[in-house]
Ligand binder design. Structure first.
Ligand SMILES: Nc1ncnc2c1ncn2[C@@H]1O[C@H](COP(=O)(O)OP(=O)(O)OP(=O)(O)O)[C@@H](O)[C@H]1O
Ligand SMILES: Nc1nc2c(ncn2[C@@H]2O[C@H](COP(=O)(O)O)[C@@H](O)[C@H]2O)c(=O)[nH]1
Length: 211
């Protein structure tokens, strides 16, 4: 006699576990640009809007690019334990609102966010099951030119970002994947990130995020 199928087992197999995907890499490598291109693919992803106390750059929109707050408000959020991770990045506060991530994961969606490399290290410690992707340039000249062409930096902030890159590269081992964002081949980098998400959902032992 054949045993009846075990329904809870099948439920487990077909119910995807949401992923927490962390995109990191040096300043100016193209993290935001890659995420904007990924948004256009209309995948069931929640794109986290992180908070900062730096002023918006021309064209940046509150609630879309960042949640822009005052330094006092940022410090209130830290004191109230509202940040999953926060750091002073190139002189400004940046932080990941905890409630936003929890709500998105609870809805069953994969969650993706970009942070600097120290933020990725902190998230790895807080959430070892997160998927960490290091976005890298094809070579240092391309990366430097990208940062210059963005016209977002003063000589001082540019220097700070250049000094940081050497230290950031020493963290490569902590990441699960590396994706090269080649000059004028943005869609290729996006394809590779989509492939990582797809393959992560094929794991026999899914990553289980607990925050
Ligand atoms: N594949 C690419 N080819 C050409 N230019 C690119 C590519 N990817 C990004 N860029 C350009 O590089 C510049 C930096 O990109 P972006 O601002 O997305 O970097 P970032 O990693 O988010 O930087 P930061 O960490 O400082 O926020 C932008 O001017 C963007 O248009
Ligand atoms: N550790 C964190 N880093 C963050 C967060 N949000 C953004 N960032 C990173 O900061 C730098 C600088 O950003 P910019 O917009 O001022 O150029 C960049 O690498 C971002 O990825 C965060 O919540 N935590």
């Amino acid at each position: 006699m054949v045993a009846p199928l075990d329904e809870p087992l099948f439920f487990e197999l077909t119910r995807p576990q949401p992923l927490l995907i962390v995109l990191s890499g040096p300043s100016g490598v193209g993290k935001d640009t890659v995420l904007q291109a990924l948004k256009k693919r209309n995948l069931p992803l929640h794109f986290v809007v992180t908070a900062t106390d730096r002023p918006p750059r021309p064209g940046e929109v509150d609630g879309v690019d960042y949640i822009f707050v005052s330094r006092e408000e940022f410090e209130r959020m830290i004191a109230a334990d509202e940040m999953l991770e926060y750091a002073v990045v190139y002189g400004d506060y940046k932080g990941v609102p905890k409630a936003q991530i929890r709500q998105a994961l609870a809805s069953g969606k994969d969650v993706i966010l970009r942070v600097d490399v120290q933020g990725a290290a902190r998230l790895r410690a807080l959430c070892p099951e997160a998927v960490l992707i290091f976005l890298a340039p094809a070579n240092v000249q391309e990366w430097y030119q990208r940062l210059i062409n963005r016209h977002s930096e003063t000589p001082e902030t540019l220097q700070r970002r250049i000094e940081a890159v050497r230290r950031e590269l020493t963290y490569l081992d902590m990441f699960d994947y590396v994706v090269i964002n080649r000059q004028d081949h943005l869609e290729q980098a996006v394809d590779q990130i989509v492939a990582i998400i797809q393959v992560e959902h094929l794991r026999v032992h899914p990553r289980r995020i607990t925050l």
